[in-house]
Design a protein around this ligand. Structure first.
Ligand code: SF4
Length: 317
């Protein structure tokens, strides 16, 4: 791809990647061109595992900031780069450390389990981290009488509570993308495409989850779309995921679930989409912006993340 500066980003990124021993990790919500240039594309759990086990000297994270921070916690000796430091996450930012600390203090005696979509100061306050791929299994692996405090996503929390039947209280946070899907829009699409299966992420609101044929994490949705016999799917998560779905199933049809406001394009994650090929090129060339975290904070935040990794490994996830 030649741009206005006359630089072929794809070949330049490939050249610099090899020269500097860089691995590019990309989330499924990145644009298709970025997914195609990445060495590895995955969900938060798979990306964390990859960050912890690779020989590259530099990790470039095409995703949002909490993901790059997680990579740094798991590989503190490596240089971890993010093409745009402002690529944050509305869900992570809906949970501020001072308020969450009070929430924990007001509900003593509970095991604090937080979703990986949190800023590092929340991870430090947590006992175990989970992702949407492993949340249910991690909670089910704990003794039944353990009381849980979960954050920050109220929809994922509600989903886990219903699935596990455990005693869980949930922080009232949400993702601006997954909360925006329109139930009416999905039902209209279903009427127009009666054969299509509705597949959604557990961060969606309950009414949307209730009309779904399947609910799962990004990687679970991709697997389901591959193995299921349906020829078309209405997809209730960030539409970047459709790139992988189409690559794996060229003959199947994938329809993005619409947001409530059809003019806003807000079923796309504006933070994920801050990452561009141009920014990746500049980031790999200049080796900045770099994620820098105090080693003591890394040490504290690595404890709940490592517990997640250990439990996931033990459960074969
Ligand atoms: S889609 Fe939602 S949860 Fe995911 S990064 Fe964007 S704001 Fe955060």
């Amino acid at each position: 791809m030649i741009n206005k500066d006359n630089i072929d980003y794809v070949s330049e990124i490939k050249r610099l990647k090899k020269k500097k021993n860089v691995i590019i990790l990309a989330h499924y919500y990145q644009t298709g061109d970025i997914q195609d240039i990445a060495d590895f594309v995955g969900d938060s759990l798979a990306l964390s595992q990859k960050a912890a086990s690779n020989d590259a000297e530099i990790i470039l994270f095409a995703g949002v900031r909490f993901m790059a921070e997680t990579a740094k916690i798991l590989s503190p000796e490596k240089k971890v780069l993010i093409p745009d430091m402002n690529a944050r996450c509305s869900l992570a930012d809906s949970c501020k450390a001072e308020d969450f600390k009070k929430f924990i203090e007001n509900n003593p005696g509970r095991t604090v389990i937080t979703y990986v979509n949190t800023n590092i100061d929340i991870k430090v306050l947590s006992d175990i981290i989970c992702t949407s791929s492993n949340a249910v299994q991690i909670i089910e692996s704990l003794p039944v009488d353990i009381k849980i405090l979960f954050g920050p996503d109220r929809n994922l929390g509600n989903y886990i509570m219903n699935k596990t039947g455990r005693d869980i209280i949930v922080w009232n946070g949400a993702c601006h993308v997954h909360e925006e899907f329109s139930l009416e829009g999905i039902l209209k699409l279903k009427q127009e495409n009666p054969e299509a299966k509705v597949i959604v992420h557990p961060e969606c609101k309950l009414p949307v989850r209730m009309v779904a044929d399947y609910i799962g994490s990004t990687s679970a949705l991709i697997k389901f779309a591959k193995k299921d016999d349906a020829a078309s799917f209405i997809v209730g998560t960030e539409p970047g995921i459709i790139h992988q779905m189409k690559k794996e199933n060229p003959s199947k049809k994938f329809i993005p679930a619409p947001p409530r406001d059809s003019t806003c394009g807000c079923n796309e994650c504006s933070f994920m989409k801050m990452i561009t090929m141009e920014k990746i090129y500049r980031c790999i060339r200049d080796e900045r912006p770099e994620i820098m975290i105090d080693p003591d904070v890394i040490k504290k935040a690595s404890i709940p993340i490592n517990r997640m990794m250990e439990i996931s490994e033990k459960l074969g996830l």
